[in-house]
Design a protein around this ligand. Structure first.
Ligand code: GRF
Length: 199
């Protein structure tokens, strides 16, 4: 059976597009049924509509719990099984995380636990690391802190700036995110401590 996926995004939506493309190719047994954004002008919403996927903005509110419950209501009305965060720039509260236990994925442009939060590629360059990458992880109530499903690394070149490093990482993100979703949907897995153990 196909998993029903809800995607949350705030921006251009290239990771949404990578997921949708892999699903269309039959690589991931899933269907994206709803795309939500905190920003009405997010290009990712338009990308979704062009694919015939329902897409709309739910504007942020000062009360995070209220915002979370509006998101959960929309997702559960669409009978979503899994939530994929794809460049969603707001931290989700405990009400949201508890509504989808071990069923929320995020992609982050660093090799976690290094460089969580904003501007991860800039943080990596500032630190002087020689290897960077991306991480797909299950979402808990912390910032980029849930159990890791999959990571991909890329070299940092001497002449990299934030844009060139981000572009190199993004290419790997587009491979890693569908691969991680496919893994979790098609293989038995459990969480032991912090580890995602795939059977
Ligand atoms: C990606 O770098 C992702 O890792 C981070 O936000 C960015 C979103 O890019 N969480 P896009 O909107 O998917 O193109």
């Amino acid at each position: 059976m196909k998993a029903r996926i809800g995607v949350l995004l705030s921006g251009r939506g290239s990771n949404f597009e990578a997921l949708a493309t892999a699903i269309d190719r039959g690589e991931v047994p899933a269907e994206i049924v709803l795309v939500l954004s905190d920003r009405p002008a997010a290009p990712g919403l338009e990308r979704a509509r062009q694919r015939g996927i329902e897409a709309r903005a739910i504007l942020p509110e000062s009360d995070r719990a209220e915002h979370d419950s509006r998101l959960v209501r929309a997702l559960s009305a669409a009978r979503v099984d899994w939530v994929c965060l794809a460049g969603y720039m707001r931290l989700l509260g405990s009400g949201f995380v508890r509504a989808y236990p071990e069923r929320i994925l995020n992609i982050h442009p660093s090799l976690l636990p290094a460089f969580p939060g904003l501007h991860a590629q800039h943080q990596a360059l500032e630190y002087g690391v020689r290897v960077a990458g991306c991480t797909v992880h299950l979402v808990d109530e912390g910032l980029d802190s849930g159990p890791i499903v999959l990571q991909e690394s890329v070299p940092v070149e001497p002449d990299d700036d934030e844009a060139s490093l981000a572009a190199r990482i993004l290419e790997r993100e587009h491979v890693a995110y569908p691969a991680a979703l496919q893994l979790l949907l098609t293989r038995p897995w459990t969480i032991e401590g912090r580890r995602v153990v795939v059977g």
